[in-house]
Design a protein around this ligand. Structure first.
Ligand code: AP5
Ligand code: MG
Ligand code: ZN
Length: 216
């Protein structure tokens, strides 16, 4: 399966991707995670990306496209993957189509996780992420058993730099202007599936995701 996950910041792309790969092992290729790893490692790419991420803007296509192409070439992506947070605008979607076309491949589906904007601020300001394994929690909705540490691995939890109210507002604007048009883009290709990402708990939404993707 080659799956694209669409959805606003905080919609639950990463959360649902982690649920899917627990059941159907394949790489979760999150451009946000790859960029944050580059920032943490202090690479040239990371230094360039950080200034955009801190403002809630998209990192330039030239940077992201090279990074994704390199990742998808790796052996573990041969049998399929979940793209989480990529593509983010029409240019990236067209570049992905071209990349896949060159390999004689196509996307299985684009899944849009729809959540009203008024639900997103609390999801994002309350989010905590494990430094060691990347698992997400939420102080309001799914708190870890022990404050500050990961249920899965005991790792330390941190708050993302871009999960501040002002930056979140900007990220939502960027999503509306640049990413939301991809819902139509994949709709026209006939591969769009949508789920209501606000209609229940993480597990309840996962059940809807499985149904939409016809995962058994
Ligand atoms: P990225 O890391 O992709 O962030 P994002 O799109 O803003 O999305 P998030 O990761 O914030 O949200 P999510 O949908 O994954 O939600 P989550 O599952 O964590 O990008 C960050 C930045 O990197 C961008 O701003 C940009 O600068 C750059 N970037 C990345 N990709 C790029 C690209 N392709 N091109 C250019 N630039 C790029 O859930 C959120 C919270 O809600 C969690 O706390 C979770 O526990 C909770 N939650 C989840 N589901 C539920 C539920 N059902 N009920 C209650 N709470 C829930
Ligand atoms: Mg995410
Ligand atoms: Zn962990």
């Amino acid at each position: 399966m080659r799956l694209v996950l669409l959805g606003a910041p905080g919609a639950g792309k990463g959360t649902q991707a982690k649920k899917i790969i627990e059941k159907y092992p394949m790489p979760q290729v999150s451009t946000g995670d790859l960029l944050r790893a580059a920032v943490a490692a202090g690479t040239a790419l990371g230094k360039e990306a950080k200034s955009y991420m801190d403002k809630g803007e998209l990192v330039p296509d030239s940077v992201v496209l090279g990074m994704v192409e390199e990742r998808l070439k790796q052996e573990d992506c041969k049998a399929g993957y979940i793209l989480d947070g990529f593509p983010r605008n029409t240019k990236q979607a067209e570049a992905l189509d071209a990349m896949l076309g060159n390999l004689g491949m196509s996307l299985t589906a684009a899944l849009s996780v729809d959540v009203p904007f008024e639900n997103l601020m609390k999801r994002l300001t309350g989010r905590r992420t494990c430094k060691a394994c990347g698992q997400m929690y939420n102080v309001y909705f799914n708190a870890p058993k022990n404050e500050g540490s990961c249920d899965k691995c005991g790792g330390q939890l941190f708050q993302r730099d871009d999960d501040k109210e002002e930056t979140i507002k900007k990220r939502l604007d960027v999503y509306s202007a640049q990413t939301a048009p991809l819902i139509d883009y994949y709709g026209k290709k006939g591969i769009l599936k949508s789920v209501d990402g606000a209609a229940g708990t993480i597990d309840e939404i996962f059940a809807t995701v499985c149904k939409a993707l016809e995962l058994k």
